[in-house]
Design a protein around this ligand. Sequence first.
Ligand code: ATP
Ligand code: MG
Length: 437
Amino acid sequence: MINNEAIEKRLFASELNKNLIGKKVSIAGWVEDVRPLGALIFLTVRDVSGVVQVIFNKSNTSQNVFLTAKSVARQSAIKIYGTVKESKAKVANVEIQAENIQIVSKAQHPLPIDPTGRVGSSLDLRLDSRALDLRNPFTSAIFKIKHIALQSIRKTLLDEKFIEVNTPKIIGQAAEGGANLFSLDYFGKKAFLAQSPQLYKEQLTLSLDRVFEISTYFRAEKSHTRRHLNEFVSVDIEAAFSYKEDVMDILEKMVVKAINDVLNNCKKELKVLNRELEIPKVPFERITYSQAIEDLKGSGLKIKFGEDLNTKALRRLSKRHKDFYFITDWPTSLKPFYIETKKDDDKISESFDLMYGYLELASGGTRVSDREKLEKRLMYCGLDPKNFSEHLKTFSWGMPVHAGWGLGLDRFVMFLTGMKNIREVVLYPRDRFRLTP
Ligand code: ATP
Ligand code: MG
């Protein structure tokens, strides 16, 4: 067997190139295919970066090695030691002439799904075996894109002078009213899982000025749709001395940069997903809620001022607004208590949603920064200011005017990858019917 010490550092499939021809290397991965052909055995080995063709020649290897290679079960974890050779295959420049094989861990067949994707499986079955499903280049492409998007988002926000923070996820008070919160027993007291970092991020603007957080949040919504989960990741920002227009510009810049970075760094992955991503036109179109209901009237759908835009309405709107667009100036009654209202009309709020097609990607706005007004807004929303005393007290410590937004990362990745179901872009999705694996 292979003596680990004797082997130089292992290389990834993507690192093998013509400059290494004639060099001894080691690789590690999973057996995708085994094809014995007389005195030769062709092994396709996949690692996270790609595939390598490995060839065993009976005349160059010991009988033991040759037989091991011939009988290795597909999807077993293996290590290969051999020499880099030029390849005649169209798909790769180089291959490995193997000298040795080590079976690190044998795959037990039958496997629950075929991770090569040649035999199709339902999404449910794939999610039941998610770790194995991720060996499928289609699935792993989604998460490589998510990873690049996350890096890009962080870069934009850091360049914009935001400080990354972590706020509590176990909270003592129902921050936004109580509906949709998971509750739990906290040493005999009732606690909740955070549905957003809203109140904390607002408080932090009075000292850290500009903050952002990328984290998991929880919503006990029963709705079972292709764009809702009970646990999702949100990118949140809050900026002091800012209004909604300022943070809309940051959001737009961040989205465009993330698309650019994915286009430049994920060519292979986009191809695997058959996704043709385009850089959107800037500035994004901005329509008010009132214009949206006018638009809808034109297409035969009557929405009264104050009514929410349901899925049907949003689908209709997306026929007219195909790219990214903002819907601004929502009725105050549809927005949470912390949203600022227009100076001349308190029925309209200083709010916006970022849309792509019918998908809501982000919500944000200018916040109420005046303590008295915030108390009034709480009461207007049927909430008791006493329950918010911890939050309200911070508004007497020099609270700046501030604005921010929350972007659903998973929904943004649905756009980037072209996936229609949010479960495709979350490693281990949690919905009403799924709590495992
Ligand atoms: P929706 O109307 O689509 O249910 P929302 O208005 O309730 O969303 P917000 O409270 O505005 O959601 O949250 C900010 C962003 O977080 C949303 O625009 C969306 O991208 C994302 N988001 C909210 N709820 C969920 C969820 N259950 N699953 C996945 N993403 C979510
Ligand atoms: Mg929203």
